[in-house]
Design a protein around this ligand. Structure first.
Ligand code: BEZ
Length: 212
């Protein structure tokens, strides 16, 4: 498929995972989901990333988000690797890891970037909304591990901005002031945001986070 863009439908697939065979859309249901690729089993950076996702899984649970990894190695390899992930990260692998030896999922989600590496995936990450649409993508090279706290931070922003007419500024964290959407007039903003707002510029209006 390739060239997935924000707002596109997240492609469906059926695949073997460390939690059994699953159909992605059925497994996901109307939750949020985070699908992320790892270049290869038994590699150092991937081992640290999976361990960290396992340790922070409760943060995703709290936000109604399911997490699922994918790597282009077979299931028996994943099962062997799971012990190392638990050893290194201190938490058992507590979410499904897709075995994708025929690269079905990797191709559907354009996770192999041939000018970087023609067999292994890059570190792709997709946040998918309850409507199965892509809300955010990240692409990192094999040599750079991702920041799981950043994934949680952007999930907080996506969930907040899906429900309120606000946007989140640079370096925002849950609890910080947010920005009122420029589409809202000052008069409407006074009604919608009873905690009030501060206009730094006519188009840059801060208000306390509305769901706090
Ligand atoms: C790693 O996870 O450490 C890794 C994976 C593939 C290529 C290079 C590094």
């Amino acid at each position: 498929m390739g060239n997935l863009r924000l707002g596109d439908e997240a492609p469906d697939f059926t695949a073997e995972t460390t939690d059994g065979t699953l159909n992605f859309h059925e497994w996901k249901g109307d939750s949020w989901a985070i699908l992320f690729s790892h270049p290869k089993d038994f590699t150092p950076v991937c081992t640290t990333e999976l361990g960290r996702f396992a340790t922070l899984k409760g943060e995703f649970d709290k936000r109604g988000a399911k997490i699922i990894g994918v790597s282009v190695d077979p299931l028996d390899s994943h099962q062997g690797w799971a012990g190392d992930i638990a050893d290194v990260g201190g938490t058992e692998l507590n979410f499904p890891l897709i075995a994708d030896p025929d690269r079905k999922v990797a191709d559907l989600y354009d996770m192999i970037h041939p000018n970087a590496n023609d067999t292994l995936t890059v570190r792709s990450l997709f946040i998918i909304g309850p409507d199965n649409k892509l809300k955010l993508t990240l692409t990192y090279p094999a040599s750079t591990g991702r920041n799981v706290q950043e994934v949680i931070r952007v999930l907080d922003s996506l969930q907040l901005t899906a429900n309120h007419s606000v946007a989140t500024p640079v370096d925002w964290n849950d609890g910080d002031d947010v920005i009122i959407s420029p589409a809202i007039s000052d008069d409407d903003a006074k009604e919608k945001f009873p905690k009030g707002f501060e206009a730094k510029k006519p188009y840059l209006r801060y208000t306390p986070q509305p769901n706090r």
